[in-house]
Design a protein around this ligand. Structure first.
Ligand SMILES: [Zn+2]
Length: 302
């Protein structure tokens, strides 16, 4: 990509450990076709994309019609299936949160085009969104009549929320520690934090290696395992309520990964679905994490 400025981390963004050691080289299949490198921390084992586009350069790497979380058009068969799955996922997400916090102010960080937030609003939550992408933000406002600001710093001062959600967002964040500190200050006492991120300890991650679609470089900067997220939450004043498997991610990620390995749409759909189901079966029966993991944590008193 022209004009990209890369920044290089010299130590681990989670624990400051160094030197970071090379782990994998991964191709950006969706936008730039460039190769990025993943490094592991010698102390805590956290995996990070490094070097990575700096904060001014990164937006160009989101600039693709293929980047589905920011678009709302159903074109290919895969996309249509994804949209169908997403509808089902909305109901599941609502149920999960409603059981613990049946009402209150909800902040969705990285709300995209606002489907989740719009659904929660229709179920009685008072909603606020954050979305950095201008096009997605405009759609969220126009389609769901939502209040959406571009970043955490643009929220009105003294805002307090009962629930903060981050659906597949923390892996995109350049400084997860800073983000969690900010979220802690935004949450009311015993407020709920819900995080979903890909899990590189899943079977599909191991099977696909550098072709695993959930590495999604350079948009994904952090490549978490459960232990990384638990540690991060604990260090920032949160106690875990529960983790939950995410069954819909594996078939989708496996389908994409098959595409990256050169399969046509139909083959990728069939093989990806089967291998995704296999990953889920191993999660169900063998105790492995699913392709993505959901974390529900609660803010502790200081
Ligand atoms: Zn570390």
């Amino acid at each position: 990509m022209e004009h990209t400025v890369l920044e290089t981390l010299v130590s681990c963004p989670l624990c400051s450990g160094s030197p970071l050691s090379p782990a994998l080289s991964v191709l950006d299949h969706t936008v730039s076709k460039e190769v990025f490198h993943l490094v592991d921390c010698p102390s805590c084992g956290a995996r990070t994309t490094n070097p990575r586009p700096d904060q001014h350069s990164i937006s160009a790497y989101y600039n693709s019609p293929d980047y589905i979380s920011h678009t709302n058009t159903a074109q290919s068969l895969q996309d249509r299936l994804y949209q169908l799955a997403r509808k089902n996922a909305l109901r599941t997400k609502h149920k999960l949160i409603h059981r613990i916090r049946p009402n209150g102010r909800l902040l969705d960080i990285g709300c995209g085009t606002g489907e989740f937030l719009g659904y929660m609003k229709s179920r009685g939550y008072l909603t606020q969104g954050i979305e950095v992408d201008l096009r997605a933000r405009k759609q969220a406002i126009a389609n769901h009549n939502l209040d959406v600001v571009p970043n955490l710093d643009a929220l009105p001062a003294q805002e307090q929320f009962q629930v903060v959600t981050m659906w597949h967002v923390l892996e995109h964040v350049p400084d997860p520690k800073r983000t969690l500190k900010k979220i802690y200050s935004l949450l009311a006492d015993r407020g709920l934090l819900v995080i979903a991120v890909p899990d590189r300890d899943s079977w599909d991650a191991e099977h696909y290696g550098p072709d695993w679609a959930a590495y999604d470089v350079p948009r994904h900067l952090n490549h978490f395992r459960r232990a990384d997220v638990h540690k991060l939450l604990h260090e920032h004043g949160f106690s875990m309520i529960r983790t939950a498997p995410m069954w819909l991610d594996a078939p989708y990620i496996a389908m994409l990964s098959q595409r990256y390995r050169g399969n046509g749409t139909l083959t990728a759909l069939i093989v990806g679905t089967l291998l995704g189901l296999w990953s889920n079966a191993l999660a169900l029966l063998g105790g492995r994490p699913t392709s993505s993991t959901l974390y529900i944590a609660q803010k502790q008193e200081p």
